[in-house]
Design a protein around this ligand. Structure first.
Ligand code: DGY
Length: 326
């Protein structure tokens, strides 16, 4: 019986049930700490050994797959339970003829909803308001506790893939003006949604809400840097549902402290989990969530189903994953 290594014990049950019908499962016990938390990930030497012992592997974004981890690999399929695959050296997998499966499309609407949640959470002070109530000082703030509106404002979207497009669709329903920057222009989306392409610099200059929805790669690492943050309006907000390393965190902290922008709402960090000494934790104009933009029950179950079916496609039917990253 073929063996599948699974790097977490906390994926939706359907994943273990489905794969367990056909394969022997070798599940890494992550002590139940956050699925995408790097601390829950099997160490590189374990990954390497499991890849050389098993026929397939299911991993997720805390699991870094490098040339070294793949050397001596026996696996015939590598499935990541995520839309992002920046944690995997795709060329190393391709060189070894290992197809890499991922889970786009099913999490698009969930992440787009969450981006709006973050935007409203920070701009209308929903999260700060909750804190004030719990601290027992709600009576004092009715008059002075004033946030920023969303409707009628300009949303800038960095990256117009499926998630960026779903965010743009929501923004037009909120009667926002939407501008975007993407490596490839999307004229059909521009026409369908009435949104405008702009230069990268204008995106930073004109956005009231700048939403990051771009994949992490060499071109986009620290694309949000000090120079560009300085271009933003002092009344603007930065929302990140993509990857932490798209933003230079030190520059962002400076921007938030010095009032170059009014606030930020972040679901992702350069280091995950966010380090206890991070200055972001001490700033009141920031909303922070623990990388949960896709974490709705329906979406997570669909991600698990796609992952399991993709492994089966390759190992049982000699076919390809449902979504192939390489
Ligand atoms: C993923 O699946 O890669 C994302 O981080 C979802 O938020």
């Amino acid at each position: 019986m073929d063996c599948i290594f699974i790097s977490r014990s906390t994926f939706p049950k359907v994943l273990y049930d489905e794969l367990g019908r056909h394969f022997r499962l070798d599940v890494w016990n992550s002590d139940g700490i956050g699925m995408w938390n790097r601390k829950a990930a099997p160490p590189p030497d374990v990954l390497k050994r499991k890849f050389s012992e098993c026929d397939g592997a299911v991993i997720t974004i805390g699991d870094k797959v490098t040339e070294e981890t793949l050397s001596g690999a026996r696996i015939r399929v590598l499935a990541t339970y995520s839309v992002g695959f920046d944690h995997i050296d795709l060329s190393a997998a391709t060189r070894r003829g290992i197809p890499v499966s991922y889970t786009p499309e099913v999490l698009v609407e969930s992440v787009a909803d969450f981006a709006f949640g973050l935007m409203l959470g920070v701009s209308r002070k929903i999260v700060e308001g909750d804190r004030i109530i719990r601290n027992g000082s709600a009576g004092a703030v009715w008059g002075e506790y004033i946030g920023d509106e969303v409707w009628g404002k300009t949303m800038g979207i960095l990256g117009l893939g499926n998630i960026g497009t779903a965010i743009a669709r929501r923004a037009t329903a909120f009667r926002m003006r939407v501008i975007y920057w993407s490596r490839h222009r999307k004229p059909h989306v521009e026409t369908a949604l009435g949104i405008e392409p702009v230069s990268l610099e204008d995106l930073f200059r004109e956005s009231d809400y700048l939403v990051l929805a771009v994949a992490l790669g060499e071109e986009t690492r620290h694309i949000v840097n000090e120079e560009r943050l300085r271009l933003m309006k002092r009344t603007s907000y930065l929302i990140n549902v993509a990857r932490g390393a798209i933003v230079d965190t030190d520059a962002l902290v400076k921007a938030l402290k010095n009032g170059w922008i009014r606030g930020a709402a972040l679901d992702v960090y350069e280091d995950e989990p966010i380090p206890a000494e991070s200055e972001l934790l001490r700033l009141s104009n920031v909303v922070l969530t623990p990388h949960i933009a896709s974490a709705s029950l329906d979406t997570r179950v669909k991600m698990a189903e796609i992952t399991a079916k993709s492994v089966e496609n390759v190992l049982l039917n000699n076919g390809l994953p449902i979504y192939l990253a390489n």
